[in-house]
Design a protein around this ligand. Structure first.
Ligand SMILES: CC(C)(COP(=O)(O)OP(=O)(O)OC[C@H]1O[C@@H](n2cnc3c(N)ncnc32)[C@H](O)[C@@H]1O)[C@@H](O)C(=O)NCCC(=O)NCCS
Ligand SMILES: Nc1ncnc2c1ncn2[C@@H]1O[C@H](COP(=O)(O)OP(=O)(O)OP(=O)(O)O)[C@@H](O)[C@H]1O
Length: 271
């Protein structure tokens, strides 16, 4: 569907130039129309990395520049608030023992279960996938309606759920393993073993680095990261490429469909 829409559009653009090359006014007005249309399109940038590699730190830099960020972790939290459909499914599958006194999910407790048991993690992923994907879809849709030209999708499992194919460019926030462990232990107040369990639940960060369009090395100071960010910002704000334009023509529905498919495939691809 997506491909044929793109091919049809591409052919129409090609025809404009092939058939009307003698008629410069007509040709240039077509180009103007295309340019005006391009103004309404948007770039969906993928931001990912490993756990505690610094995605939120970088996404905060984007926010401070006025760029909207859709944070998959925030969406994932919203879909399991007490009484929601996601909450009901999780409680049914994992029992009342994972609940706090106020009825909300005890995230630390559920985390301990799923980060030490791949089968339980897959189960949780499977239960929440449709809720997370539709949550992301609505957030993107709202921004699209508002006319946002560039949207940052902060998705920790971007590669695992194959959403990297739908975002461009893909930015990976990388840190060396030792720094990652230390920051994770310090931030979450957990042991080295627990930190390793969380890290091992994801695709290797070094592998993610090889798949990136843009790498931000966050192993140094925040100031060093900010310097790299300045360059990344200009790349992210550059005019849309034809590929991005074609992609975003019917992008909103494409993103939704691929998010659903990708997240549903999650349990098959995660360790
Ligand atoms: C396991 C849960 C309850 C732990 O909650 P907690 O508040 O302690 O952590 P938080 O949600 O802030 O996630 C922290 C980080 O853990 C990593 N992580 C979260 N879920 C997963 C997962 N299923 N597999 C691998 N890594 C994960 C991500 O890097 C994320 O940034 C929670 O992460 C959860 O519900 N996960 C399943 C939903 C999911 O896949 N979220 C990721 C968004 S794509
Ligand atoms: N350059 C840096 N120097 C020192 N500390 C940092 C740096 N970048 C991030 N941190 C710290 O490391 C921790 C992890 O960073 P952050 O929360 O941004 O990672 P994340 O990738 O968003 O994590 P998660 O995957 O859990 O969502 C935080 O405590 C943060 O303050």
């Amino acid at each position: 569907m997506k491909q044929s829409a793109f091919c049809g559009q591409h052919q129409a653009i090609k025809n404009t130039f092939l058939v009307d090359t003698e008629n410069r006014d007509l040709a240039s007005s077509s180009v103007c129309e295309i340019s005006r249309e391009r103004e309404r399109e948007m770039r969906v940038v993928g931001l990912t990395g490993g756990i505690a590699s610094g995605k939120s730190t970088v996404s905060n830099l984007f926010k401070s520049e006025g760029l909207p960020v859709v944070d998959a972790d925030v969406v994932a939290r919203d879909v399991v608030r007490k009484g929601t459909g996601g909450w009901k499914k999780v409680v049914k599958a994992f029992g009342n023992d994972i609940l706090l006194e106020n009825g909300e999910i005890d995230r630390a407790c559920l985390g301990q279960i799923v980060f030490t048991d791949p089968a339980k993690r897959q189960l949780l992923n499977r239960l929440l996938a449709p809720h997370i994907s539709s949550g992301i879809f609505w957030e993107v849709l709202k921004l699209w309606i508002k006319g946002s030209k560039v949207i940052i999708l902060d998705i920790p499992l971007l590669f695992e759920v194959k959403m990297d194919r739908r975002t461009s460019p893909v930015i990976v926030v990388w840190v060396d393993h030792e720094t990652q462990i230390n920051r994770l232990m310090a931030r979450d107040g957990i042991s080295e073993e627990e930190a390793n369990n969380k890290i091992n639940a994801q695709m290797e960060l070094d592998l993610k680095k090889t798949k990136a369009d843009i790498i931000i090395d966050n192993s140094g100071t925040i100031e060093e990261t900010k310097l790299q960010f300045e360059k990344v910002l200009s790349q992210v704000n550059r005019p849309l490429t034809w590929k991005e334009y074609a992609r975003s023509r019917d992008g909103i529905f494409w993103i939704f469909t691929s998010t659903v498919v990708g997240v549903l495939a999650l349990h098959k691809h995660l360790p």
